[in-house]
Design a protein around this ligand. Structure first.
Ligand code: SF4
Ligand code: SF4
Length: 334
């Protein structure tokens, strides 16, 4: 039986995966647990928590390992992880993805950014950042993000055997999808090989953020809002769907557009921005101005619908959406 590198006061080594529906974090969590229990002889448990079961909504997967003789009586969410896997870096816009980490926890991020940029983005004070471009690898290998992340997570968890995992991948795909075995193995291996690490020491006088339990109520006796007022109304104007994009996004080429509105007819999220302008004969006509990427979840239905190649599916580059966004103009006074 292998030795866990560190454990908490209850004897657990804990992993939390932060993801969105559709990237396969739930399955990755189960596969990690299987490798720990069946391959490394540990006792372990894995489960997930999510809201509505749809592509793009936030998902967390939780994995706990302990000595084979220890009993697992804790099935609460992992709040103080030794390892965190962030499947989509933009989750940090809306979620405290590094919540509860220790000074020596490792955070694996699916990203093309440098560790310094990620430290800034995650507001990390100390700890180890590991980076792997899981989206890029999965696109190149024609496979899934979770396989590349799984490879990276195995590299961080040295007590798990990557060869055992390869056997599981082979066994689970070989019968039904034999053509998918090699791409999955390649993606896993590249995730394992291509992770880079950087350790950030706490600066003198600095300390890790105070740990706040996830279920601590935000509102209490002293912080409750004034009754009868809605301070943060839920509406689609404030909604930011950019975290739902899983690697690809539509690019708009104005020169090829015939303003037929086929894209707008299939878009589920109010992304296309139009303006009434005179046509060649001076008659008023609606012209497509571009895409409001704040609402685009990257489903790419518009690309399929476009008859002229004015819309193309491209890998999402950092900053492209902000730089090319054509914002809707809402009359908020109404
Ligand atoms: S990919 Fe296209 S159809 Fe899908 S949400 Fe974005 S703009 Fe709309
Ligand atoms: S479907 Fe294509 S051509 Fe038609 S309006 Fe949309 S972008 Fe333009």
């Amino acid at each position: 039986m292998v030795q866990l590198p560190k454990v908490n006061e209850l004897g657990f080594f804990e992993i939390r995966l932060e993801s969105i529906g559709g990237l396969g974090a739930n399955l990755a969590g189960k596969m990690i647990a299987e490798a720990g229990v069946m391959g490394a002889g540990l006792n372990g448990v894995s489960f997930s928590s999510y809201g509505s079961e749809k592509k793009g909504s936030a998902v967390k997967a939780h994995i706990r390992f302990c000595d084979i003789d220890a009993r697992i009586r804790d099935t609460s969410p992992v709040e103080r992880p030794h390892v965190i896997g962030i499947f989509h870096e933009n989750l940090s816009k809306t979620t405290n993805v590094i919540s509860g980490m220790y000074e020596d926890s490792i955070v694996l991020v699916n990203s093309k950014k440098s560790t310094d940029q990620l430290k800034e983005q995650l507001k990390l004070k100390g700890g180890i950042i590991a980076v792997v471009d899981a989206t890029g690898i999965s696109m190149e290998e024609n496979n899934r993000v979770n396989m590349a992340m799984l490879g990276g997570l195995f590299r961080l968890c040295g007590f798990l055997d990557p060869e055992f995992m390869k056997g599981v991948i082979h066994k689970s795909l070989a019968k039904k999808y034999p053509g998918a075995v090699q791409p999955a193995l390649n993606t896993f291996q590249r995730g394992y090989d291509e992770v880079t690490f950087h350790t950030f020491e706490l600066e003198e006088g600095d300390r890790m953020p105070d740990y706040v339990r996830m279920d601590t109520p935000v509102l209490g006796y002293e912080t409750q809002p004034i009754g009868g007022t809605i301070t943060n109304p839920g509406n689609s104007i404030l909604k930011d769907l950019s975290i739902s994009r899983a690697g690809r996004m539509p690019h708009f080429d104005d020169d090829k557009c015939i303003h037929c509105a086929a894209c707008d007819n299939v878009c589920p999220d109010f992304c296309f921005v139009w303006e009434e302008l005179p046509d060649k004969k001076g008659r008023p006509q609606m012209f497509l101005q571009g895409i409001d990427y704040q609402y685009c979840k990257g489903c790419l239905k518009c690309v399929q619908a476009c008859p002229t190649d004015a819309l193309a599916s491209e890998l999402e580059e950092d900053g492209y959406a902000e730089g090319h966004r054509v914002a809707h103009r809402f009359n908020l006074a109404l």
